[in-house]
Design a protein around this ligand. Structure first.
Ligand code: ADP
Length: 499
């Protein structure tokens, strides 16, 4: 049924809120940003036509507050809600609350979300659709797991049914660890998702993570837009993705696409979604469905020349999906995070003091950063996604290397030089990929000297800014300000070419 949408509320923040606002505008919609106290000066708020404050900085009282967001939509006269990714994007109760308030939810039906959001239920749907799954059992009851481990041999993986973001997951290498691992995974899952249910899979030794992008409309059509290789991960979190996958045959690709489409049809899937698989040797296995837009969706957009957010809006308006165009070239994405790769990737906070955004043919930067943007401890640390496209993998890789060299960010410690070293490395160039890529090839990473210089300058600028911002003393003078590092560092070039 065709629905005329006019005003879209974006129930998210950061780069994805900005990304959605841009496409919604192209699609002809008015846009509404929601924001917390911590985000009043954020770029997504400035970019939207209208904005509504929904609560304090804590996500549970703002971006995760269903009632606050639905009220905001009602109050401002929105007729649709886009949830982005993360936050409430995969919560069926949010989609239900939107429907109850007569708002079009840009995503699948809540019942479909509920079925696929539970990994055990999703596994059953995969089996029903004839899609191979990793050998596993639907319980973490100790004696059943012992029997299972005896059958498939250790290592095994204890996983949370409600899991996400790598939480509630424990690899168990031997029987002696079993009880404690089950306990810890259940505890973590309960704390993170309010649901401690577990299941167990064989832990594949050397898999790759490859996923299929799908789109489904309400008339029963589903299409696939190729695959994304997401094997480069840290602690089960993706950091570099590419499309196409450099290591699968045409045959495997076609089989995975068929499997994803069968599953989507069995589940009556609508809107954009991703079916994730693990590949080991010649076999692939269903992992999970993400019933939303993925962080790494831009690499698919670059290869297929489609705007996936516009496609989502078209589907939500009751439109039909068309056969996707033929893909071309290769796209790679790097996730630039506010974290310190030198100190166990601990999260970083700060204020953007200086930003140089890379440019040039085939270079795209999806980010909400601007000078002055405050990175607070309240939300995830994704600063932006650098996406590079090339006619072939090497061209895309070289563009990424250049782009990461051009990228400058002072004021927030981040992983850009770590990513650059991975992109420059032989194993990456040779596409020697597995989910263990980082621990095998970059077990202990340290920045080189020029990165240290940049870090020192960043520290100096921060100190300078703090002294400028310090209130005047009793005589009306500002505290003795240090000299600007910029004048001290004459001749220093930030945009240096690195090997
Ligand atoms: P989450 O939803 O928490 O992200 P996933 O089920 O998507 O969890 O798995 C995340 C990552 O964990 C995968 O990309 C892979 O690296 C690893 N993983 C998950 N299941 C297995 C398995 N059975 N064997 C080996 N690695 C796995």
């Amino acid at each position: 049924m065709k629905r005329r949408l006019t005003k879209l509320l974006i129930a998210n923040r950061g780069e994805i809120a900005l990304r959605i606002i841009r496409s919604a505008r192209i699609f002809g919609l008015k846009t509404v940003a929601v924001y917390s106290d911590a985000d009043a000066n954020s770029t997504h708020v400035a970019a939207a036509d209208e904005s509504v404050l929904i609560g304090p900085a804590e996500a549970s009282k703002s971006y995760l507050d269903i009632a606050a967001i639905i009220n905001a939509a009602r109050q401002i006269g929105a007729d649709a809600i886009h949830p982005g990714y993360g936050f409430l994007s995969e919560r069926p109760e949010f989609a239900r609350a939107a429907a109850a308030a007569n708002l079009t939810f840009v995503g699948p039906h809540p019942d479909v979300m509920a079925a696929l959001g539970d990994k055990v239920a999703a596994r059953r749907i995969a089996i029903q659709a004839g899609v191979p799954v990793v050998p596993g059992i639907e319980t973490a009851e100790l004696s059943a797991v012992r029997d299972f481990a005896a059958r498939v041999t250790y290592p095994i993986l204890v996983k949370a049914a409600a899991g996400g973001g790598g939480r509630g997951m424990r690899v168990v290498h031997e029987a002696a660890q079993l009880e404690a691992s089950i306990e810890a995974a259940s505890h973590e899952a309960l704390a993170a998702f309010g649901d401690g249910r577990l299941f167990v899979e064989k832990y594949l030794a050397h898999p790759r993570h490859v996923e299929i992008q799908i789109l489904g409309d309400e008339y029963g059509d589903v299409v696939a837009l190729g695959e994304r290789e997401c094997s480069i991960q840290r602690r089960h979190q993706k950091i570099i993705e590419e499309s196409p996958s450099p290591g699968i045959s045409e045959n495997t690709r076609a089989e995975m696409i068929d499997a994803a489409l069968s599953l989507a049809r069995v589940a009556h899937y609508t809107n954009a979604g991703t079916v994730e698989f693990l590949i080991e040797g010649a076999n692939f296995y269903f992992l999970e469905v993400n019933a939303r837009l993925q962080v790494e969706h831009p690499i698919t957009e670059e290869r297929f020349g489609v705007d996936l957010v516009c496609e989502q809006l078209r589907i939500a308006s009751g439109g039909k999906i068309a056969a996707p165009p033929a893909p071309r070239g290769v796209a790679i994405e790097c996730r630039i995070n506010a974290e310190d790769p030198e100190h166990d990737f601990r999260p970083a906070i700060g204020t953007v003091l200086h930003l140089r955004v890379p440019a040039g043919p085939g270079v795209r930067f999806d980010s909400h950063l601007a000078p002055g943007t405050v990175i607070s401890p309240y939300y995830d640390g994704l600063l932006g996604k650098l996406i590079c496209f090339g006619a072939d993998r090497e061209e895309a890789r070289l563009r990424m290397l250049n782009a990461l060299n051009e990228f400058e960010l002072l004021g927030v410690v981040n992983n850009a030089s770590y990513l650059r070293d991975i992109i420059a490395s032989e194993p990456f160039r040779n596409a020697d990929l597995s989910t263990h890529f980082v621990e095998e090839h970059f077990p202990a990473w340290h920045p080189n000297d020029s990165d240290l210089t940049a870090a020192l300058i960043a520290a100096a600028i921060t100190a300078e800014r703090d002294s400028i911002e310090a209130p005047p003393n009793r005589n009306g003078d500002r505290p003795a300000s240090s000299r600007s590092p910029w004048t001290e560092l004459r001749g220093f070039e930030l945009w240096r070419s690195r090997p």
